[in-house]
Design a protein around this ligand. Structure first.
Ligand code: ZN
Length: 162
């Protein structure tokens, strides 16, 4: 298990466009495993390579249904709408309200370079859109409705979070 440093806030690497992966090398496998380890360690549901300083098109997601590693992912269709709170491991201690599609179909390559498709609704759809956006330097804070809130404001409520 190897944890990588998560890039945060104004780190310029978070705003770069990532390059496609052309070959699954041992280094890419190691990166994917490290990204999962780092995501679980930070209690996240997704992590994209630029968040650990690597400008390659790979993300990991686990919304509680097991780990998914997506190489060169692309959204094929998205529809519906969901509005809810969203956070990011690269913007620690904050959350904001973002409207995302409620249903997404995406294609990607797995670590054997086999093409896969994934269909997600609700949290999985939100996670797919959020993580894939990272690959183009797009952060959720660009899409927040109203203000970005401190997570500490949440704990002052009655704790009945989503
Ligand atoms: Zn994020």
């Amino acid at each position: 298990m190897a944890l990588r440093n998560i890039r945060i806030n104004d780190d310029p690497i978070l705003r770069k466009v990532c390059k496609p992966i052309t070959e699954i090398t041992p280094r890419i496998r190691e990166l994917a495993q490290d990204m999962l380890d780092t995501m679980y360690d930070a209690d996240g549901v997704g992590l994209a390579a630029p968040q650990v300083g690597v400008l390659k098109r790979i993300v990991v997601i686990d919304v509680g249904e097991g780990p998914i590693t997506m190489v060169n992912p692309e959204i094929l269709t998205s529809d519906g709408e969901q509005t809810g709170s969203e956070g990011c491991l690269s913007v620690p201690g904050k959350f904001g309200i973002v409207t995302r599609p409620n249903h997404v179909i995406a294609k990607y390559y797995d670590l054997d370079m086999n093409e896969q498709t994934i269909e997600g609704t609700e949290l999985l759809a939100r996670a797919i859109v959020h993580e894939l956006s990272h690959l183009d330097g797009d952060l959720y804070i660009d899409h927040v409705e109203g203000e970005l809130h401190d997570v500490s404001e949440l704990s002052e409520e009655d704790g009945s979070g989503e």
